[in-house]
Design a protein around this ligand. Structure first.
Ligand code: NAD
Ligand code: ZN
Ligand code: ZN
Length: 346
């Protein structure tokens, strides 16, 4: 079968023929419906290096950690899954039996350090291929919802959802403001989720004008970058600042921008993995404000994301690519040329 393979650190992936996998005990073979391209893949193959990257991410394997597909074959011991049914894949794979995994939070598996991989497409074969094998417990049923458009929900939907859910206490109470920085695959869905779940005014920004236009269509007020950007954002909030912010870029300047506009008792979540640094000081930090990061989400969150998708509250903007054009999807992602989440449809 054709697959996009990450073969070596600091090396662009290859499109090549590999053997079709077979499901082991407790696993299911899916015929892939859609596989999203995430900016974290770019970090993995372009920025990370052997000395500092988690050993679980070492090449080689098939990329793609945002996957959907139809059940094609069941491994030994798997029951209750009808062949041909459509599923979204919960990507993180923990040990399956620790306290974190028992609550569906494989992201924070207490045995992660001794696991051989992190997730489907992150250390073990992912979905940028005609077929993928995943543990049966990682499947979330899609019913009759479109599985191709659903693929980005696995990460571009789940990650902002988890961050926003943890910030809901900051956004309830009326008259609240949320800020979204970086309106790519994750940021656009963040705007949709904030609009659907909270009554907060959503302020958003991106370095690209067309990304801001799409965010406006999803319900955001946008503020372009520029020297008075923080002042403009503060003005929208009546001077008080924003109650929750989500940074989907994560470089020092975006963390600094968000930090400059936070309100008292606010929460800033850095989602982007660009490694930006921020210097904290008692005297310049709003009282009782929180700065945190986050990693993906729980399988329970993913069920909730799928429910929002089925209710029409989340509609990922997608740009579809045939398998033979999968590498073009990554090229466009790197170049910032995409107009929606790139989804490879084998
Ligand atoms: P993307 O490339 O689709 O979107 C990034 C957006 O940020 C683009 O629209 C780009 O124009 C914009 N941008 C870049 N620099 C900017 C700046 N200085 N100011 C304003 N906007 C700027 O990427 P994505 O797939 O949505 O991922 C976003 C980030 O989140 C990446 O760092 C990715 O690795 C990370 N990520 C983290 C998690 C997690 O669990 N923490 C999960 C998925 C992705
Ligand atoms: Zn990702
Ligand atoms: Zn575990």
């Amino acid at each position: 079968m054709r697959a996009v393979v990450f073969e070596a650190w600091k090396t662009f992936p290859t499109l090549k023929d590999i053997e079709k996998p077979t499901p082991g005990p407790g696993e299911v073979l899916l015929k892939v419906a859609g596989a999203g391209a995430c900016h974290s893949d770019v970090a993995v193959y372009k920025d990370f290096e052997a000395a500092t990257a988690p050993p679980q991410l070492a090449p080689s394997y098939v990329l793609g950690h945002e996957n959907s597909g139809w059940a094609e074959e069941l491994g030994a011991g798997v029951e209750g899954i009808a062949l041909g049914d459509a599923f979204l894949v919960y990507g993180p794979i923990g040990c399956g039996h620790c306290v974190a995994c028992s609550r569906g939070e494989d992201t924070y598996c207490t045995n992660a350090a001794t696991m051989p991989y992190m997730a489907s497409g992150l250390g073990r074969d992912g979905g940028m291929a005609e077929y993928i094998v995943v543990p049966a417990r990682n499947l979330v049923p899609l019913g009759d919802a479109d599985p191709i458009k659903a693929a980005p929900l696995s990460d571009a939907g789940l990650t902002p959802y988890h961050a926003i859910k943890n910030s809901l206490p900051n956004l309830t109470g009326g008259g609240k403001f949320a800020l979204v920085v970086g309106l790519g695959g994750l940021g656009q869905i963040a705007v949709q989720i904030l609009t659907a779940l909270t009554g907060a005014t959503v302020i958003a920004t991106d370095s690209k004008a067309d990304a801001m236009t799409r965010a406006q269509a999803n319900g955001a007020i946008t503020v372009p970058s520029g020297p008075d950007q923080a002042a403009q954002i503060r003005e929208i909030t009546g001077g008080r600042g924003v109650d929750a912010a989500f940074d989907f870029v994560g470089i020092a300047p975006t963390i600094a921008l968000a930090s400059a506009v936070m309100a008292t008792k606010s929460r800033l979540t850095v989602v982007g993995i660009a490694g930006g640094k921020y210097e904290w000081s008692f005297f310049t930090t709003p009282y009782e404000s929180t700065l945190t990061n986050t990693y993906w989400g729980t399988i329970e969150d993913l069920y909730e994301v799928v429910a929002m998708y089925k209710a029409g509250q989340i509609t990922p903007d997608v740009e579809l690519f045939a398998m033979e054009d999968a590498l073009e999807a990554y090229r466009k992602l790197e170049a910032g040329e995409l107009t929606g989440r790139a989804v490879v449809v084998p």
